[in-house]
Design a binder for this molecule. Structure first.
Ligand code: FES
Length: 355
């Protein structure tokens, strides 16, 4: 099973007034375990005021580099406030190996046009995709549409301009600001469906877009995805990742059967080993029920977003309360989020080794 292991903080840098970036050193013996694909995230765990806190942050560095995350400081946010005020270079933070299916698979032989739509801190995984694709695929281009309130609140703007200087012909940057006047009218406003159609009218001509990557809050994801599909992009080529827990109504609720079983035996397979425990209808979800039996299953957000708890139903059926983290094909193939799942059948076998 993927374990939390201590990584040393190598660098902390103020990114904007309300965000920081944190780079980690990975010990030599953990290099392969902590290697990542562009777009993946890093679940982290800290102990604050006597209780453990888990968060998941997307990695912004390029594939092959040490992991670096971008953290937007949320008013009242426990981890982000701690990271901004108390975390210091040399501290150790527990991190699980990078995970996540919102990834860009690269091949040096590819010659593709990738398109990214990011809002606010949604740029973090897309920045990793930009850096990695431009470095690894000399024949590919990246077109970014990036929405923020103002230039001053735009995360990683210096990195983006530096990349533009390095890859002048292969990176196209389109900044959209909602609270700053723009000389060119289409670059003002919010990244919603109408804006995507307008931007595509101006910048989409001649694009050989193969895959679009969308990251931001829930409404932005839905608006942008719907507009891209309307514009002719096949839905399976539009990949998205939300940040934050969306409104309840926006969830893809998956109901394999209507009612949770009165009593069930759950078997989990991890690293080839099996562990069993019993679960009752009153238990909130499989992750918590396992913990009550002394079995720790992977999790981070427990909100159905990060997919750290993703596993495959090998036997039986479960019902998920919500799913913001799995794509349709994953659900069709039997993957579930254990933090949102309760058993429907009396026997359930969950495989954490299947990817
Ligand atoms: S722990 Fe994040 S989706 Fe389950």
């Amino acid at each position: 099973m993927k374990q939390f292991r201590p990584l040393t903080v190598d660098k902390i840098q103020q990114e904007t007034r309300d965000s920081v970036r944190i780079a980690f050193v990975v010990p030599a013996e953990l290099q392969s375990e902590y290697s990542f694909l562009p777009g993946q995230h890093l679940p982290i765990q800290v102990e604050l005021d006597g209780s453990k806190l888990r968060r998941t942050y997307s990695i912004c560095s390029a594939m092959g580099e040490p992991p670096e995350i971008g953290v937007r400081i949320q008013p009242g946010g426990k981890f982000s406030t701690f990271a901004a005020a108390r975390l210091a270079v040399g501290d150790r933070i527990e991190a699980m190996p990078p995970t996540g299916q919102f990834v860009l698979s690269l091949d040096p032989a590819n010659a593709r046009d990738y398109v990214g739509f990011a809002a606010g801190s949604g740029i973090t995984p897309i920045l990793s995709m930009i850096k990695s694709s431009l470095a690894i695929e000399p024949g590919s281009r990246f077109i970014l549409f990036y929405g923020n309130r103002t230039q001053a609140t735009t995360m990683f703007i210096d990195d983006l301009y530096a990349l533009k200087n390095q890859y002048m012909d292969r990176l196209q940057l389109n900044f959209v600001f909602s609270r700053e006047e723009q000389e060119f009218e289409p670059m003002a406003g919010r990244l919603d469906g109408d804006k995507v159609r307008e931007l595509y009218r101006h910048f989409g001509a001649g694009l050989r877009a193969t895959d679009c990557f969308v990251c931001g809050p829930d409404t932005m994801i839905r608006d942008v995805t719907d507009a891209l599909v309307d514009l002719g992009m096949p839905a399976e080529h539009v990949h998205s990742e939300r940040f934050g827990v969306p409104r309840k109504s926006a969830a893809t609720t998956v109901t394999v059967a209507p009612k949770a079983a009165e009593h069930a035996q759950i078997t989990v397979i991890m690293d080839g080993h099996r562990k069993c425990f019993d679960m009752e209808r009153d238990d909130a979800n499989i992750v918590d029920a396992a913990a009550a039996h002394g079995i720790e299953l992977p999790y981070s957000c427990k909100g159905g977003v990060c997919a750290t708890c993703r596993c495959h139903v090998q036997v039986g059926a479960v019902t998920m309360a919500a799913n913001y983290g799995l794509e349709a094909w994953e659900v069709e193939q039997g993957f579930v989020l254990a933090c949102q799942s309760r058993p429907v059948s009396e026997s359930v076998v969950l495989d954490y080794d299947k990817v």
